[in-house]
Each structure stands twice: as C-alpha cells, then as structure tokens.
Design a protein around this ligand. Structure first.
Ligand code: ADP
Length: 488
C-alpha cells in the first residue's frame, strides 16, 4: 500500500501524471492573471495619482507665479511680499514640500526652508526651465515629487513675446500616495491569498475529478485481471475512455477465443490419443479373458493392436508437425527450387498408394516454375493434398495435379473425381481434428490434422489455399504462393 502511494507521489512529482498536469495548468491559469492584475492595477493607480498631484501643484504654482509678477517680486519695488510668502508657505505646508524661487540670473530669491536664499542655484533643470522646458520627476525611493515651473511674463520680452523671468523649483512629499498604496497593496494581498486558496481547492478537486474515469478504467482492468469476471468492462465517461475500453474488450475477446480454442484443442488431442489406447486395452483385455485362446486369435488381435498403435503414432507425428508449424519462432528455410521437379518426386512417391487404390495420377505442367520456398513445408503441402485426393477417391478414379505461374505467383492445383466435401463442411476442413465423415475417415486412416498443417504451411509462405467441391463428384484444392518469399 505504502509502495503504491509512493509510486503515485513520484509520478505526480515527475509531472508524468495527467492529474499533476491538470493541477498545475489550473493553478497557473488561476494565479498568473491575479498576480498581474494586482501589480498592474496598483502601478497604474500610483502613476495616475502622481500625475494628478503634480498637475494640481503646478496649477497652484502658476497662480502664485502670476501673483509674483503682478507684485514685481523680482524688483526692488516689490509689493505685498508677505502675502506671496504666505501663499508659498501654505503650498509647502499643504504638500509637505519646499518651494525655491530662482530669478533669471540663477539667484535664489526665496526658499520656504529659508536655507538657500541669496545663493546661486546652477542646475540643469533650472537652466532648461528658463529656456521653457519644465519637468517633473517622481522619486519613489526617497518619497518625493520634484518639478520646475517657469514664471512667465506675458509680452515681457523686447520683441513683445512672453519671457521667462524666473523658475520655481518645488519638491513635494509623496508619502501620502505611498501610504495609500501600501493600504491598497495589503488589501489586494489578502484578496489574492483568498483567491489562491480557492484556486488551489479548485485545482485539487478538478484534477481529481477529471482523472477519475482513467482510474476507473485501471480498476476495471485490474478486476478482470484478478479474475472477478470475464464480462466486458464499461467506462462511458469520456470518448477517450470509451476508446481505451473498446480496445481492451477486443483484446479480451481475442484472448477468450484463443483460450477457448486452446482448451478445445487440448480436449480433442486427449480424446484422439485416448481412442487407440482404449481399443488396445479392449483387445488385450478380451485376449486375457479367454483362458485357452487359440494362436490364430492371438495373431488376429495382435494385428489389430499393432494397427491401433500405428494410428496413435500417426496422430502424434501429425500433432508434432502441426505444433512445429504453428510455433512462430520456427525459421523458414528458404531456397530457390524447381517446383516441377519437386512435384514429380512427390507424385513418384505417392504412385504406389494410388495404384493400390486403383486411382490414376496425372501431372500437367504449364511451364517450368522456379520459386523461393521452404522445401520441407512445400513437400508437406503437396503430399497432404495429393494423398487426400487419393484417399477420398472412388474406385477407378483419377487425380489431376496442375502447375502454373504468372509473374508473381505459382499455383498448384489438385483435382480429384472423389467423394467431394459437403457444402456445410467446407468451412471446417482446416480445423484441427475435423473430419467430414468420422467413421469413413477412420477407415481411410485420417487424423483430421492434415489440412490444418497444410494451411499453416501455405500461410507461412504468405500464400493462400482455396477449395471448391461438389459432393459425389470431386474436389479441387488450389494453392497460390508468391514466387519470391516476402519477409516480414
Ligand atoms: P485427414 O487426416 O482426416 O485426411 P485432413 O485435415 O487432411 O484430415 O482432412 C480433413 C477432412 O476433409 C477429411 O477427413 C476429409 O473428410 C475431408 N477431405 C480432405 N480432402 C478431401 C478430398 N480431396 N476429397 C474429399 N474429402 C476431403
């Protein structure tokens, strides 16, 4: 259990888990905008407040500037000096700042702090302002706004244009703005933390809920694996889970079919192997039961026993051939071979059996065929088909073997004038142990494995086998195999 949770935690941390990815995506989508909004809104608020504050102070300073001019503040004949000083004091008190008035010869005429009066003030900002370029600067770190305001005399210049006769250098405190900002920032941080908790909860819930169907798929598969049921599984939550489950169910069905056919095969093998043994036992028992059995009877029974043992042997040989054929690991031993020669050789071997059954064996070759094949397996194919055609024939019947080829395939056809195969049996003749007429086939000596072996061998050559048959008239098997062996 602990190992399971550790594995889960590891996959979550390594981001290979879908749940971890969903969790992080929701978290990022939720948190990034809220952080950006917080800083964006606070910054633009600060900028705007500084702008408004600067514009307000500039306006007031302009009014004071006009008063200065109308009262000839820069000449010896100045009037109402106290009133103007009071106005300047008021501005500097109101905005917690300092106002310095500099005349056109850079001399400090007035300093609300009373420190620099009479001194000369040479600074770039003042000189620029005298040229008409006023400025304002917000120093966030030290908490003040600095600005220069020109004192303009309308039509004061010789040519009748406006002239700048002095400059007001003002610095005001931005502490009020900063403390408002701090308060806002604190509130935003609380809101943001609340949002963070909500988003975190959302991310946990959603990532768990969204990935739950996949866990259900795993659970269902594990249940099947544990053998609780052999029924198909069903998780209809998502199109994706439906696809996974469908694929799994298909696999399950395939496995079940394979399992069923394996069980059937084992049952058939046991049955087929048991039959000759039972006969042997019955024969031996009946011999033992007779006390003074004559020698001829012994001989007769012994012959029967030998033929049953031969049959058992035949079944085992066929079974081994089939198992070897179906073992995928088995290599194909491909050689370039003259198929005409091989056919002649096989027919020569089978001729005695044909003669014994009074069946005529004919070979017709349309052309010389050379192909890349596995000699042993092709021999098995041809022998099985021709042997069947002889075995399941009538008296005075015939078997015709034809060989032909085009540029890609060669075809090997075996036709006979035999018993034929009933239509309903045609679909089953390649099944292992299938025999059309069990008692008849038994007399003839078949095991029901020959065509299964033949078909496997044909498929291993990437070929095809087809059959047509009319009951009572005859059968025709056609094998089509590529001239060049096609590897996987
Ligand atoms: P067997 O060892 O019994 O011959 P096969 O797999 O070779 O097994 O054939 C399966 C069954 O198909 C046979 O039992 C037989 O009934 C039928 N069969 C095969 N070839 C022919 C044929 N040429 N004519 C009639 N029946 C055939």
């Amino acid at each position: 259990m602990a190992v399971k949770y550790w594995e889960k935690l590891k996959s979550l941390l390594s981001l290979r888990s879908l749940q971890a990815r969903i969790f992080i995506i929701i978290l990022v989508i939720g948190i990034v905008p809220s952080v950006l909004m917080r800083y964006g809104i606070l910054n633009s608020y600060e900028e705007r407040t500084v702008q408004i504050r600067t514009a307000t102070v500039q306006n007031q300073l302009k009014i004071v500037g006009n008063h200065l001019l109308s009262n000839h503040y820069f000449s010896d004949t100045k009037t109402n000096e106290n009133v103007i000083n009071a106005e300047l004091e008021m501005i500097s008190n109101l905005y917690e700042g300092r106002v310095i008035i500099v005349d056109s010869s850079l001399r400090v005429v007035k300093d609300t702090y009373g420190i620099s009066e009479g001194k000369t003030m040479i600074s770039e900002e003042v000189i620029r302002c005298l040229r008409g370029e006023s400025m304002s600067n917000y120093d966030r770190e030290h908490g003040y706004i600095e600005m220069t305001t020109p004192i303009e005399e309308v039509g004061g210049a010789k040519d009748g244009s406006d002239s700048i006769v002095g400059v007001m250098v003002t610095s005001i405190s931005s502490d009020a703005i900063i403390s408002t900002m701090d308060a806002l920032n604190r509130e935003a941080a609380i809101l943001q933390n609340l949002m963070l908790v909500a988003i975190l909860a959302c991310a946990i819930v959603l990532s768990t809920v969204l990935t739950r169907p996949f866990n259900r798929v795993t659970e269902a598969i594990n249940e099947v694996q544990a053998g609780y049921s052999d029924k198909t599984i069903d998780v209809p939550d998502y199109v994706e889970t439906v696809h996974i489950v469908e694929a799994f169910n298909q696999l399950l069905r395939r496995m079940k079919t394979l399992d069923d056919s394996r069980q059937e095969f084992v049952a058939n093998v046991s049955h087929e192997l048991k039959t000759p043994m039972t006969s042997v036992k019955v024969l031996a028992d009946s011999l033992l039961a007779q006390e003074d059995a004559p020698a001829e009877l012994y001989r007769e029974f012994m012959e029967d026993i030998v033929s049953e043992i031969d049959r058992e042997n035949q079944i085992i040989t066929d079974l081994l051939a089939l198992v070897r054929m179906e073992n995928r690991v088995q290599q194909m031993n491909i050689v370039s071979l003259n198929i005409n020669d091989l056919t002649e050789l096989i027919l020569k071997r089978l001729r005695p059996i044909a003669r014994k059954r009074d069946v005529e064996l004919v070979f017709e070759s349309m052309r010389t065929v050379v192909a890349e094949v596995d000699e042993v397996k092709l021999t098995l194919i041809m022998t099985n088909l021709v042997e069947n055609a002889i075995k399941y024939n009538k008296e005075h019947g015939w078997v015709k073997v034809e060989l032909d080829a085009d540029h890609q395939y060669f075809t090997f056809t075996v036709s006979d004038s035999g018993l034929g195969i009933p239509e309903e049996s045609l679909a089953h003749i390649y099944e292992r142990f299938y025999r059309v007429d069990k008692s008849h086939s038994r007399d003839i000596g078949g095991t029901g494995l020959g065509l299964a072996i033949t078909r496997s061998a044909v498929l291993m050559h990437r070929g095809a086998i087809t059959v047509t048959s009319v009951e009572g008239e005859g059968t025709n098997f056609t094998v089509k195999i590529p001239l060049s062996y096609i590897k996987d």
